[in-house]
Design a protein around this ligand. Structure first.
Ligand code: ADP
Ligand code: AMP
Ligand code: ZN
Length: 220
């Protein structure tokens, strides 16, 4: 693997496996995992003004407005640990976010290296969303059926308590998928036209998806 900065985007609908795969891949790539949803949840947990602003949008499964989101993610990317790249998960989600990211990287003489488009049919995603559980302490993601923890309700990594996200409900998932198709899926063509997008089948076992993603990055 070369030492050129690597800014890699995991694109895909809600619950397509972006966070699960990012946790497995970021060490291999040697770059931090930057997840906009995790940044919002961190702000929410700490009752910051940003968290309070974002909450209403998140609860409804709407996107948080671009100016808030772009500011938050750019601030994270400007930290020293992102100098050699980042594995972006959940950002960008709109063309305006993609353009802001491209512009910020260009100012540093850098660019998005690759976009991994994780493809999973909508009907599979509903069960993935409703069965998802997260660790309160470390944020690790589990699934009651597809990735159960060794002990029910307890994180394998640190014994933290598992919880269900407020927005991981059957009521919200329909809206989140609609929002994905309307506002985020145009990014598929956007990055395809730049020649940096690779489709990966996300409807296979977690380990198989990891292998496919590694293969799609093998030349970097
Ligand atoms: P995203 O970050 O894209 O929203 P997650 O990585 O949190 O998605 O995955 C959503 C849910 O689906 C989690 O409960 C996770 O354990 C489960 N999951 C992830 N990848 C797979 C897979 N390949 N097969 C089955 N379940 C999966
Ligand atoms: P996620 O953890 O990626 O599923 O994101 C959870 C929620 O946070 C989304 O439903 C949005 O309300 C908000 N969010 C996360 N990332 C973004 C983004 N890039 N743009 C706008 N809203 C976002
Ligand atoms: Zn944990």
């Amino acid at each position: 693997m070369s030492t050129k900065p690597k800014y890699i985007i995991l694109l895909g609908p809600p619950a397509s496996g972006k966070g699960t795969q990012a946790a497995l891949l970021h060490d291999h790539l040697g770059v931090p995992h930057v997840a906009s949803g995790d940044l919002f949840r961190y702000n929410l947990k700490n009752n910051t003004p940003l968290g309070i602003q974002a909450k209403a949008y998140m609860d409804k499964g709407e996107l948080v407005p671009d100016d808030i989101t772009i500011g938050m993610v750019m601030d994270r990317l400007s930290r020293p640990d992102c100098e050699d790249g980042a594995l972006l998960d959940g950002f960008p989600r709109t063309i305006a976010q993609a353009e802001a990211l491209g512009k910020a990287l260009a100012e540093k003489g850098q660019e998005v290296t690759r976009v991994l488009n994780i493809v999973v049919p909508d009907e599979i995603l509903v069960e993935r969303v409703t069965g998802r559980r997260l660790c309160k302490t470390c944020g690790a993601s589990y699934h009651i059926k597809f990735k159960p923890p060794k002990q029910e309700g307890i994180c394998d990594l640190d014994g933290g308590e598992l919880y269900q996200r407020d927005d991981d409900t059957e009521e919200t998932v329909g809206n989140r998928l609609r929002v994905y198709w309307e506002q985020t899926s145009p990014l598929i063509d956007y990055y395809q036209e730049k020649g940096i997008l690779v489709d990966v089948d996300g409807n296979q076992d977690i380990a198989e998806v990891t292998e496919a993603l590694k293969e799609a990055l093998a030349d970097l």
